[in-house]
Design a protein around this ligand. Structure first.
Ligand code: GDP
Length: 301
């Protein structure tokens, strides 16, 4: 778990410094905590919520020891993280009653969408699943090419009609292929052009409708990819995308080499959408199924 640990390195170590020589949680410690949460991109609203709850506890119990603060914080953060309803499906397992399982992936350019799809394909394949990819981000030639490259690298079929073709037609063929070959999972890349919101909404709507010709319940998951190192931008994108379509899960990338793991806490709390995957590097294996407990533990290492 190197990536994750690195991501949260020192998140609460400053708090430890503020507590040196103290046995009781006081205002100074809470101020320090507030600053830590803000600077690690937890977001203002969530930070205020956490601080307020701890203040209430201090007021109620009169005395909260600094030793207790760790435990209280762990509980608070755990409570802020949306439960991932597939947490029991460890190691890239898939629900057995949904085959093929259809994942539609959304996100703006540069957040690591293509890489995340490639990593997912790899991890599912490693877990013994058959995978089909659909290159429905037809707006960018690079996106199509990159997905094809990932398909070759991982060894899974990629359905592509090239650039500027109809995304819904690509999605249709990808799902059809998955049904025909009885694949376990089909992952559809889509364009993330947020500046043309109505177009994007229509495009995603159409993609969904054509999938439903094969599988009424598809897509089973609409995964929004966010770059965890971009702080407030990730919040803005989450807000915009939740307006455009119904996001069911999040993948937060680039959590390696940043002490900004707080985005995970804030986004999950603000949007009530579970974080399902985290990206912790550029390699194929650098994608983890998000585990709340492991994540919270990593904040305190
Ligand atoms: P897209 O435009 O959203 O499809 O973005 P790409 O998948 O092309 O990724 C953009 C850049 O981010 C590439 O250089 C990736 O290697 C890099 N990247 C993606 N995910 C991660 C991650 O979890 N950690 C790091 N360090 N880099 C990542």
């Amino acid at each position: 778990d190197k990536g994750l640990e690195k991501s949260n390195e020192n998140l609460f170590s400053k708090l430890g410094k503020a507590m040196v020589g103290k046995s009781k949680v006081d205002e100074e410690i809470l101020d320090e905590l507030e600053e830590i949460l803000i600077t690690s991109d937890v977001g203002v609203d969530t930070t205020i919520k956490v601080i307020r709850r701890i203040e209430e506890r201090v007021a109620r119990d009169k005395y909260v020891s600094t030793a207790e603060l760790d435990q209280i914080l762990r509980e608070e953060i755990m409570g802020l993280l949306e439960e991932n309803n597939t947490e029991d499906l460890t190691d890239f397992d898939l629900p057995k009653d949904k085959k093929p399982y259809v994942i539609m992936v959304v996100g703006v350019n540069g957040v690591g969408k293509t890489t995340t799809i490639g990593k997912l394909a790899h991890q599912f394949k490693q877990a013994g699943k058959s995978v089909v990819l659909g290159a429905a981000d037809t707006f960018r030639a690079a996106a199509v090419d990159q997905l094809i490259l990932w398909g070759e690298r991982v060894g899974v079929p990629v359905i592509s009609h090239g650039m500027n073709t109809d995304p819904a037609s690509v999605a249709f063929d990808a799902v059809k292929k998955a049904v025909d070959m009885q694949a376990d999972v089909v992952i559809i890349d889509t364009a993330g052009r947020l500046h043309t919101k109505v177009n994007l909404m229509n495009e995603l709507g159409k993609i969904k409708r054509v999938m439903q010709k094969f599988i009424e319940t598809a897509p089973h998951e609409i995964l929004l990819v966010l770059d965890g190192s971009t702080g407030q931008n990730a919040f803005i994108q989450a807000k915009e995308f939740t307006r455009v379509t119904e996001i069911t899960s999040l993948a937060i990338t680039k959590l390696d080499g940043t002490a900004k793991g707080g985005v995970v806490i804030g986004i999950s709390d603000q949007f009530k959408i579970p974080v399902k995957y985290i990206g912790v590097g550029e390699k194929m294996s650098d994608l983890q199924v998000f585990n709340r407990k492991e994540f919270v533990d990593s904040l305190f290492k």
